[in-house]
Design a protein around this ligand. Structure first.
Ligand code: 6CM
Length: 259
């Protein structure tokens, strides 16, 4: 079974493209992705997580944390969606061509550099939320998969994850225009569960369930009233996870299952 001893770095390296492995960002990508997978898999543990949204299978928890007077509440959400795989989930989250379809907070998205098929650098401008200044973000995004050792059989599907993490890009210095730079670390992870009833016959979408974990820490980077920010998160995170998973269901419903 996977334990805290699991060498996530090794598993992430094994899945990465050569172009990603050769990039100067790789050591940081490997470290952050490993850390994010480890903590996403840990469950809620003993931390002071408070449930703030429950809607069917979707549960969202937050810890109230402030740094220098700014709300940076870590968010942890779990969800279960029948009919999609972890790989499909992370595919639509990672690739830029779909982003405007599901990302409701977005004003503009630019691909600054496609480092590799599995690593992309983004600059995004988000919609302004009154009364605060508009925000932007620069981050790398990495798509990976690791074996699911909880599942016994060798050919059980991998766990897929996309991790987004802020990075300074000389081409886009922070706080130089009208936007305030936000700093984010986000993981979306999907584990595919196959119903035992499907054994020995062709797999149908009814036979698969995706167990989703989404964790986010966003530092607003500058003045934003705490109560407004918490109210925005309470509205926007559930809206995002519902809308995004409905989108993946719709996009994949007539496609062959990608495990
Ligand atoms: O993870 C999500 N989206 C990814 C792709 O776009 C990416 C983006 C993260 C940025 C999320 C922060 C947007 C909120 C900006 C508001 C800042 C505060 C303004 C002050 C208000 C008083 O990882 C889905 C993100 C879902 C967002 C809730």
């Amino acid at each position: 079974a996977q334990t805290s001893q699991t060498n996530w770095g090794e598993l992430i390296r094994a899945a990465a493209t050569n172009a990603s492995l050769k990039h100067i960002y790789w050591p940081e990508i490997e470290r952050v992705v490993a850390e994010q997978i480890r903590s996403a898999r840990m469950g809620l543990g003993k931390g002071a997580w408070q449930l703030f949204v429950e809607d069917g299978e979707m549960k969202m928890y937050r810890r109230e944390v402030e740094e220098d007077g700014l709300v940076v509440d870590p968010l942890k959400a779990t969800h279960q969606v029948k009919g999609i795989t972890g790989r499909e989930l992370c595919h639509y989250f990672f690739y830029p061509e779909y982003r405007y379809d599901w990302e409701g907070t977005l004003e503009t998205m630019n691909v600054v550099d496609k480092i590799a098929e599995d690593t992309i650098l983004f600059h995004q401008i988000h919609k302004r939320i009154w009364p605060a200044a508009q925000r932007d973000a620069t981050f790398w995004s990495h798509l990976t998969h690791v074996p699911d050792e909880e599942e016994k059989s060798e050919d059980s599907p991998h766990i897929w994850a996309t991790v987004n993490n802020s990075v300074e890009l000389p081409s886009h210095p922070p706080n130089s225009g009208k936007q305030v730079r936000i700093y984010l670390t986000i993981i979306l992870m999907g584990q595919t569960i196959i119903s035992p009833a499907a054994k020995g016959r062709e797999l149908k979408r009814d036979d698969i369930t995706c167990k989703i974990t989404y964790c986010a820490v966003v530092n607003p980077g500058g003045w934003a009233p705490s109560s407004v920010l918490r109210a925005v998160y309470k509205r926007e995170y559930p809206k995002f996870l519902k809308r995004f998973t409905a989108y993946v269901l719709e996009k994949t419903k007539n496609l062959p299952i990608k495990l």
